[in-house]
Design a protein around this ligand. Structure first.
Ligand code: NAD
Length: 357
């Protein structure tokens, strides 16, 4: 017997919807963790999961993460995510995307989909022919590539973290080590270079490195050496779980502020950073610029307004780090507390309306 409710209870989900389309082979799961603050927005990931339970666990984990991210960013959105089981390179078809669009539409606006791993802007365009509840397409009024806004948010959050670490607020002359100079890392390097920071970078692709060396005069280190670099700020912009029992001990930075998701391998790594006096800007709070950007489509996209909202990441990180100091708790715990407090306040006001189209 499948014990799905136990998982829903432990993650705190409102709803998990399973969809199957016989004609296209679509197998999709939509996780709606919370609609307390608004419709559950989150990307759709297509991945060749080893098992169905792995797919369920991923959608539960990712959709809960979106609730916290939206809450801490001050958005009127809940947390949701979708996964499609299959290899995006060989099994994705237009018919399947159309079928998925119809699934999303059938949820009546409780879930709003967007791009994630294995999905493209063009795929969102296809879905949008079947549902009004998809954002991040190439349509007029679309929000475009989110990585510029994500980088802008990280840049703002980094300033707040640097200040909290007692290094002043000016990034001019600051040494910043960036791990991964892909979409976000490149734009972050650009903002930092303009602010007068000295850049040390690594990537596994030489062409990515060449760009930032040529354009911003960055110094290069090997992928393994980035952790031990003598610097003020370490900016993880590549992979998750990079802050772990092997790396934290080798860090020589005073601040960690980067875009990567799920940077802490374990909760204990956040406590160890605090013990070592390294100021950590929690990942889902500092990298919320992309979500703020795509969510802006729902109110009619306006780039100037979005820039203003994303610059608020400074205040968000500042508030989190203040709470962390006051309560003597690591920043990642403080961020969770702030998100939970916002959800609690909204619930206690008793003004919740059912989220629907
Ligand atoms: P990307 O794939 O464009 O860039 C990642 C870069 O990291 C690539 O250049 C890759 O070669 C490099 N890389 C991979 N493994 C590496 C390693 N071991 N050492 C050094 N470099 C390595 O991805 P992105 O869109 O720039 O996103 C970067 C991170 O930020 C991801 O964790 C992503 O989940 C997160 N994020 C991105 C956005 C966004 O708007 N794109 C929003 C929120 C969070």
């Amino acid at each position: 017997m499948v014990e799905i409710f136990q998982d829903l209870i432990s993650y705190g989900h409102e709803q998990v919807a399973f969809f199957h389309d016989k004609d296209t082979g679509l197998k999709a799961i939509v996780g709606i963790h919370s609609t307390v603050l608004g419709p559950a927005l989150g990307g759709c990931r297509m991945w060749n999961y080893a098992s169905e339970s792995e797919a369920v666990r991923d959608v539960l984990r990712l959709s809960r993460g979106m609730t916290y991210k939206a809450a801490v960013a001050g958005l009127r959105l809940g947390g949701g995510k979708a996964v499609i089981i299959g290899d995006a390179r060989t099994e994705k078809s237009e018919a399947m995307l159309l079928a998925f669009g119809r699934c999303v539409e059938s949820l009546g606006g409780r879930y709003i989909t967007a791009e994630d791993v294995g999905m493209s802007v063009q795929d969102i365009d296809v879905m949008r022919t079947q549902t009004q509840f998809a954002v991040g397409g190439s349509n007029e009024g679309g929000s475009g590539d989110p990585s510029v806004m994500t980088a802008f948010g990280v840049f703002q959050g980094m300033k707040a973290a640097v200040k909290a670490a007692g290094l002043g607020e000016d990034l001019n002359g600051m040494k910043v080590a960036i791990q991964g100079v892909g979409h976000v890392g490149y734009h972050l390097a650009s903002y930092l270079s303009a602010a007068g920071a000295q850049l040390i970078v690594t990537d596994i692709y030489p062409n990515q490195i060449e760009r930032v060396v040529e354009e911003f005069g960055a110094e290069v280190v090997s992928a393994d050496d980035i952790y031990g670099v003598q610097c003020d700020v370490f900016a993880p912009c590549a992979l998750g779980a990079v802050l772990n029992s092997r790396t934290v001990a080798t860090l020589k930075c005073k601040v960690i502020a980067g875009s990567a998701n799920n940077q802490l391998e374990n909760e204990s790594d956040g406590f160890e950073l605090m013990r070592r006096g390294i100021v950590y800007a929690p990942d889902y709070a500092i990298n919320s610029g992309g979500l703020i950007n795509v969510a802006a489509e729902l109110d009619g996209y306006n780039k100037e307004l979005v820039l203003g909202k994303v610059s608020q990441v400074y205040t968000t990180i500042n508030n989190i780090l203040q709470l962390s100091r006051q309560e003597n708790i690591p920043p990642h715990v403080a961020a969770d507390r702030m998100a939970e407090q916002r959800l609690k306040e909204k619930k206690s006001r008793g003004d919740r309306m059912p989220v629907k189209a």
